[in-house]
Design a protein around this ligand. Structure first.
Ligand code: HEM
Length: 234
């Protein structure tokens, strides 16, 4: 096994895996699945908004007490935040490095210097950038409340209603949710291929599952701004 010239040490298995293209794709698939699981739970939790302010705010309060008394107040929330942060960073760094490799390995580089990446690749790249920016805005809006029009700590129901009472709040969230749907549709299918879940005869099922997940998440999330806009939630 080759020595690492920078450290004179044998690279670890994880290090070797991370440096390989297949390892980076696997890291993207696994971190993507972690985020996907979070999103399914988050979307279902958000639907509690239809049960009214008391239920929704109590649910947000309960999120801070999970695991007590074994865990201290908000520990579970902080563990979830750290896991999600690790997933987002892994996903973004691997995506960036894979796209650099892809550009460097393009055989037609000299003949067609302006040859563009495929439609799916471009959609995934731009979708990823939009989602990254959205997550920053979303945290400033509903977690730190920095940009929230109401910004009442401990009252997420009222803050969510305030966000979707502004035109820009609706535009930001709806555009991001549509980008999310497209990203999951293609990403789920790519992850299944990387992790070897696709077999002849199973491809159709996996594609249908990808479509179903993407549609359920997009519609489930968009239901909240649409309900505030139409006065169903106020
Ligand atoms: C209409 C759509 C959405 C609504 C109404 C919504 C609502 C909320 C609310 C109220 C919180 C604060 C929870 C609390 O502190 O009690 C929150 C946190 C969060 N949401 Fe969303 N969310 C939406 C979509 C999304 C999407 C699409 C993503 C990811 C792409 C996302 C990721 C997060 C993250 C990472 C947090 C931070 C958790 C934390 O650190 O406290 N949300 N969301």
């Amino acid at each position: 096994m080759a020595l690492d010239t920078r450290t004179d040490r044998r690279p670890s298995f994880a290090g070797l895996l991370w440096r390989s293209t297949v390892g980076k794709k696997a890291a993207m698939a696994v971190s993507g699945i972690v985020m996907l699981l979070y999103l399914v739970v988050h979307m279902l939790g958000n639907l509690k908004i239809f049960f009214g302010a008391a239920d929704f705010n109590a649910y947000a309060g309960w999120l801070r007490t999970i695991g007590e008394p074994f865990l201290h107040h908000e520990w579970f929330l902080w563990i979830a935040r750290l896991v999600l942060l690790a997933a987002v960073v892994t996903h973004a760094v691997a995506a960036y490095q894979l796209s650099r490799r892809d550009i460097a390995a393009r055989p037609a580089r000299y003949a067609h210097p302006r040859r563009r990446a495929s439609y799916a690749t471009r959609t995934m790249r731009w979708g990823g950038v939009i989602l990254g920016l959205f997550i920053v805005w979303h945290i400033l809006d509903l977690t730190t409340l920095t940009v929230n029009p109401r910004a009442e700590a401990g009252h997420p129901y009222e803050n969510v209603v305030a966000t979707f009472s502004t035109w820009y709040g609706n535009v930001v969230y709806i555009v991001a949710m549509l980008a999310l749907g497209l990203h999951i549709r293609h990403g789920f299918w790519s992850a299944a291929q990387t992790l070897g879940a696709n077999r002849p005869g199973r491809d159709r099922l996996l594609k249908q599952l990808a479509n179903l997940l993407a549609a359920a998440l997009t519609l489930g999330f968009i239901a909240v701004p649409v309900s505030v806009m139409t006065g169903v939630v106020s």
